[in-house]
Design a protein around this ligand. Structure first.
Ligand SMILES: Cc1ncc(COP(=O)(O)O)c(C=O)c1O
Length: 343
């Protein structure tokens, strides 16, 4: 009988858990795409043709990976906004400039756009009350950050405006999805204790990720489209909130780390980059694999303030999603506490 393996973090394995999905776009004009980036590219092209959009203004603290490709479709600029800001940014957009307002880690978008057209990015908590309540002209989300899907992105109009029609999946996209589904399936088996070399699924995840980024804009896979509508999103959001409480309780009050009050994950802000490095190494030794969102050392756009670069070197993101029980998250909280004591 296989024994279950304990590890924490990194890529989401396959899930076959089902339930009713509560998604903010279903009753609104929307279309599904191959990835969050594909959704943004499709919207940018459409907005350029249809509404004369000239550029997108993105927050200075944002995912850099997607920007070089997005810049092929539309000019990019930045406005100053990061996850520690308390007051909303007032973004002055000129004619033709469209503001991308990101709900960073599922927190507030923190943008007062005035009369500008706003595209909200809900990738970190696509089924959140915040996404449901949105009154933005447009919204986008990647469907594979918070949800166990191999691919997928969505764009919708909270205001009920017309949006670009979706397209079918491309052949290149189909190959990428196959790689990612294989990776997710093998990781699931590995976590069950099956005899699968870790390298096998890690290589497939990496290849799949690379393949998703290649090729033209694609529609979503048939698999992700069907799977999306039967994900128990409400139950999973509740599980995440419980997990985050359990993590905080186990960590206890500390002066040497700040835990952001956001629903996506346990987002830690450490005092210094060296401490982040040491904590990360100690956690990896304990089979806990945190993420760094986002590295800003080689930004794709100019104008990143030094405080955001510094923050990007002190931040550590610990997953807290439906994969885990409060018991798992206590273990992670104790491991972080021990790592801080040792760092
Ligand atoms: C906030 C945010 N928006 C959009 C994207 C793009 O989504 P995808 O990776 O599905 O293309 C990402 C990640 O890459 C992201 O972190």
């Amino acid at each position: 009988v296989p024994t279950a393996r304990w590890e924490h973090g990194s890529d989401l394995p396959l899930s076959v858990d089902v339930g009713p999905a509560d998604l903010p776009w279903t009753a609104r004009p929307h279309s599904l795409w191959g990835s969050g980036l594909d959704a943004m590219r499709a919207l940018a092209r459409w907005g350029t043709d249809r509404h004369g959009w000239r550029s997108l203004l993105v927050p200075t603290y944002y995912c850099q990976d997607i920007l070089p490709t997005l810049a092929d479709d539309i000019d990019l600029g930045v406005y100053e906004r990061g996850p520690l800001d308390r007051r909303p940014a007032s973004v002055r957009a000129a004619q033709g400039e469209v503001v991308v307002a990101a709900a960073l880690f599922g927190g507030p978008t923190g943008v007062r756009g005035g009369p500008a057209t706003v595209i909200e990015d809900h990738s970190h908590d696509p089924s959140s009350p915040r996404a449901h309540r949105s009154r933005a002209a447009y919204a986008v989300a990647s469907l594979r950050k918070a949800l166990p899907l191999p691919d997928g992105g969505v764009l919708w109009s909270p205001q009920g405006l017309p949006v670009p029609d979706g397209i079918g999946p491309t052949e290149a996209h189909g190959r990428a999805v196959l790689l990612r589904l294989q990776a997710m399936t093998l990781k699931h088996a590995y976590l069950q204790g099956a005899d699968v070399p870790k390298d096998a699924f890690r290589r497939l995840y990496a290849e799949g990720e690379g393949a998703l980024r290649e090729g033209p804009i694609s529609g979503i896979s048939d698999y992700a489209k069907e799977r999306l509508s039967i994900l128990p999103t409400t139950r999973w959001r509740r599980a995440r909130a419980r997990n985050l409480r359990s993590f905080r309780e186990a960590l206890g009050p500390r002066r040497d780390v700040r835990v952001l009050d956001v629903p996506f994950a346990a987002v830690l802000v450490l005092d210094r980059p060296e401490i982040r490095g040491r904590i990360r190494r100690l956690l990896v030794e304990a089979s806990i694999y945190p993420a760094i969102l986002w590295p800003l050392d080689a930004p794709a756009v100019a104008g990143i303030p030094p405080e955001h670069l510094d923050l990007s070197r002190r931040i550590l993101v610990l997953h807290a999603d439906q994969r885990y029980t409060p018991h798992d998250m206590s273990r992670v909280g104790r491991a972080v506490s021990a790592a801080l004591d040792a760092a």
